[in-house]
Design a protein around this ligand. Structure first.
Ligand code: PXP
Length: 238
């Protein structure tokens, strides 16, 4: 089964924003990622615009030919941004406004109406919705009930414990993925995936539709070049 690689380009925007001007050019970089084999481009605009700026979104939408995935907390502003620009997929995360990076999945039970209402807005416009979740079968069941199409499994703890305890971590992900299959939900995964831990993750899961990877892939691109890095990650997904 094919697993798509969506490249998260937030880190590139972070470098661009550290100086005046437009270098590196985010739009060209997104196009190059696609040319080098990426199956999608992911961005995560945060309220302080420290990496992706809101103004990047329409420009990216115009050029991305593969799958465009926008991640974020469903604030009024975020919902408007997504509904106006209509990406292929929106991934909802429960991040507080000033969090460094996403660090937990949704508590779907306690955010039921927020999720139901925002998911309905996206679905009305034909945008696929994925919810960022810890590998927790109870939350997976609730995800189906609020109307999402997919989940994105939060792989942070799996990745940090990969060397010491990969087997007990992966079991949680296998159980959550099995529940998704039973309920007809798609399965994405992301956070701290890298060249060491991605291959094992891919072969263990009964299905994996998409991974979104930023930090490690962009870091590897410094050593190997962007094209090689993308090919190396794609190889782990074969
Ligand atoms: N998924 C979500 C929801 C994220 O917030 C991030 C980071 O922006 C990623 C995936 C990608 O994580 P990483 O940069 O560690 O590959």
């Amino acid at each position: 089964m094919v697993t798509r690689l969506s490249v998260n380009i937030n880190k590139i925007a972070l470098i661009r924003n550290s100086r005046k001007g437009n270098y590196p050019d985010l739009i060209k970089l997104a196009q190059d990622c696609e040319r080098f084999g990426a199956d999608g481009i992911t961005v995560h605009p945060r309220p302080d615009q420290r990496h992706i700026r809101f103004s990047d979104i329409p420009a990216l939408k115009q050029v991305i030919k593969t799958e465009f995935n926008i991640e974020g907390y469903p604030s009024k502003h975020f919902i408007d941004l997504v509904c106006t620009n209509k990406p292929d997929q929106v991934t909802l995360v429960p991040d507080a406004p000033n969090v460094l990076t996403s660090d937990q999945g949704w508590d779907v039970k306690n955010n039921k109406s927020l999720l139901e209402e925002s998911i309905a807005e996206f679905k009305k416009r034909g945008i696929r919705v994925s919810l960022f979740l810890d590998p927790d079968t109870e939350m997976v069941e609730l995800t189906r009930d609020v109307g999402a199409d997919r989940i994105e499994l939060y792989t942070g703890p799996y990745s940090w414990n990969y060397a010491a305890d990969r087997n007990s971590q992966i079991k949680l992900h296998i159980d959550a993925a099995t529940k998704c299959i039973e309920l007809g939900l798609g399965i994405n995964a992301g956070h701290d995936l890298n060249l060491q831990n991605l291959g094992f993750y891919k072969v263990q899961l009964p299905r994996l539709d998409e991974v979104s990877i930023g930090h490690a892939l962009i870091t590897d691109a410094i050593y190997f070049g962007l094209e090689n890095a993308i090919l190396m990650y794609k190889k782990c997904l074969k």
